[in-house]
Design a protein around this ligand. Structure first.
Ligand code: SAM
Ligand code: SF4
Ligand code: SF4
Length: 400
C-alpha cells in the first residue's frame, strides 16, 4: 500500500498516541465562571450517579459550539485490520496495545460521562478499537443508561461496531440499555469485504449481526461505508440498492486522513458528490433537511419513497462550524478534535483524588478554550489536515 511508513511502529507511543498529554489549563482546578456558584459541584462521594447537577451556564467553546456529544473509546484493540484504519503493516502481531492498567475502568468512564452530562452532553457513543472486544461492556452500558440530563431525560447511548460479534451480543446489549448501533460495512461483495478488513472476515457474519440487532430493536440502525477509490467504490450502487427500502440507513464516508499510518492519499478519496451522482443516476435522489443543526451527515432520500442515505463529506466539506463532539480515549485523554496531536490527561485527575468539582472545572475550561477547526483549515492542494510535522492520533485510539 502506498505511503505506509517503512518503519513498523510497535506501540501506540511510536504512533504518537501516547504523546505527553497537553497540560490542563492553568485555571482548571479553580472555580470557573460556570462553576463559581458551586452549582456544578458534584461531590464524588455523595452525589447520586444518575442525577448530575447542571452547570448554570451553557458550556460553549471559542466558536460558540456547545458540548453535546461524547465519544468514549473503550478499547484500542480490534479484531479487524481495516486497510484505512489499522493497516497490518503497522498494527502487526508485535504491536504493543495499551496496558490494562492504563485503561479507564467503567466507574472512571461513568464518572467522566456524568460530569460531561452536567456540562450539556446528551449523546454518548461507545467506540474504539472494536468496543465489543471490551469485556463486560454491558455493565458500562447499564451504568451510562442510569444517567439523566439535568432536565431529567435519559442519555442517547449508541455504539459503533464492526458487527463481528453483534449476532451473539445484540440481545445482551439491548437488555443493558443500549439504544442503537451503527455498523461499519464497507462492501457486500465478500471478496472485497475480506480484503478491506484484511483478516478474511466474511461479510455474511456482519449481515447476521445486523439482522440480530434489528430483531432486538437496536435501532434506527445506521451502516457506515468508508469509500476508498479503487477498493470498494464499485460496490456503492449495489450497497444502495441492497439497503433501499429497509430499516437501515446507509451512510457513505469519505476516506479521511486521520492518523499517520493508513497511507492516506487524496487520490483515494471519492468525494461524496460523486457517490451521490453514481447512485442518483440509477436510483433518483433529492436532498432532505438535516434532522438537527450540526448533523455531520447530509441526508438524501429516494424519490420513489425507498428511504434515505447519508453522505459524510469529512474531507470535501468540513462541518467544523457545528462540531460539538468531545472524545475520550481508553486511557482517559480528552480530545477536542479528531486531528488533535495531544489530549488532556483526565485520568491523572481521576486517580489523584481530585473532586468531581475539580474535574468538572477542568473539562469546562478545556472546552471553553477550544479553537479546533482542522477540517476547515485543510490544505487546498492535498485536502489533508496540516499537522505541522507533529504526529496525528490514530482513529483506532481516539475512537471514530
Ligand atoms: N471498530 C468500530 C467500527 O469499525 O465500527 C468502531 C471504531 S472505528 C475507528 C469507527 C468508525 O471510523 C468506523 O465507521 C470506521 O469505518 C471509521 N473510520 C476508520 N478509519 C477511517 C478513515 N480513515 N476514514 C474514514 N472513516 C474511518
Ligand atoms: Fe477496527 Fe473499526 Fe478500525 Fe476497522 S475501522 S480496524 S473495525 S477499529
Ligand atoms: Fe470537529 Fe475537528 Fe472534525 Fe472539525 S476537524 S469536525 S473540529 S473533529
Amino acid at each position: 500500500m502506498s505511503g505506509v511508513p517503512i518503519t513498523i511502529a510497535r506501540s501506540r507511543a511510536e504512533l504518537g498516541a501516547a504523546a505527553p498529554a497537553a497540560a490542563l489549563p492553568a485555571e482548571a482546578p479553580a472555580a470557573s465562571p460556570a462553576d463559581a456558584t458551586g452549582a456544578a459541584a458534584v461531590d464524588a462521594v455523595t452525589a447520586p450517579a444518575a442525577a448530575p447537577t447542571a452547570v448554570d451556564a451553557p458550556l460553549t467553546d471559542t466558536l460558540n459550539r456547545p458540548l453535546h456529544d461524547l465519544r468514549l473509546s473503550v478499547t484500542d484493540r480490534c479484531n479487524f485490520r481495516c486497510v484505512y484504519c489499522m493497516p497490518k503493516e503497522v498494527f502487526g502481531k508485535d504491536f504493543a496495545f495499551m496496558p490494562r492498567d492504563d485503561m479507564l475502568s467503567f466507574e472512571e468512564m461513568t464518572r467522566l460521562a456524568r460530569i460531561s452530562v452536567a456540562h450539556g452532553v446528551e449523546k454518548i457513543r461507545l467506540t474504539g478499537g472494536e468496543p465489543l472486544l471490551r469485556k463486560g461492556l454491558e455493565e458500562l452500558i447499564g451504568m451510562l443508561a442510569a444517567l439523566r440530563t439535568p432536565a431529567g431525560r435519559p442519555i442517547d447511548i449508541a455504539l459503533t461496531t464492526n458487527g463481528s460479534a453483534l449476532a451473539v451480543k445484540a440481545q445482551a446489549l439491548k437488555d443493558a440499555g443500549l439504544k442503537r448501533v451503527t455498523v461499519s460495512l464497507d462492501s457486500l461483495d465478500d471478496a472485497t469485504f475480506r480484503t478491506m478488513n484484511d483478516v478474511n472476515f466474511p461479510v455474511g457474519r456482519v449481515l447476521a449481526g445486523l439482522d440480530a440487532a434489528h430483531a432486538v430493536g437496536l435501532g434506527p440502525i445506521k451502516i457506515n461505508m468508508v469509500v476508498k477509490r479503487g477498493q470498494n467504490d464499485h460496490d456503492i450502487v449495489n450497497m444502495a440498492r441492497h439497503f433501499k427500502g429497509t430499516p437501515y440507513i446507509l451512510r457513505f464516508i469519505e476516506f479521511m486522513d486521520v492518523g499517520t499510518s493508513n497511507g492516506w492519499d487524496m487520490n483515494a478519496v471519492l468525494p461524496s458528490s460523486e457517490v451521490r451522482d453514481r447512485i442518483h443516476a440509477e436510483l433518483p435522489l433529492e436532498e432532505v433537511a438535516p434532522n438537527y443543526s450540526g448533523e455531520t451527515s447530509r441526508r438524501w432520500r429516494y424519490l420513489d419513497g425507498g428511504g434515505e442515505i447519508g453522505l459524510i463529506s469529512s474531507v470535501t466539506q468540513s462541518f467544523c462550524h457545528s462540531c460539538s463532539r468531545a472524545r475520550v480515549s481508553t486511557d482517559g485523554k480528552l480530545f477536542t478534535c479528531l486531528f488533535a496531536s495531544e489530549g488532556h490527561d483526565l485520568r491523572a485527575l481521576l486517580r489523584d483524588g481530585s473532586s468531581d468539582e475539580q474535574l468538572s472545572a477542568a473539562m469546562g475550561s478545556i472546552w471553553r478554550q477550544r479553537t479546533d477547526r482542522a477540517s476547515q483549515l485543510r490544505s487546498a492542494q492535498t485536502g489533508a489536515v496540516r499537522s505541522s510535522g507533529r504526529k496525528k492520533i490514530e482513529m483506532s485510539y481516539i475512537g471514530g
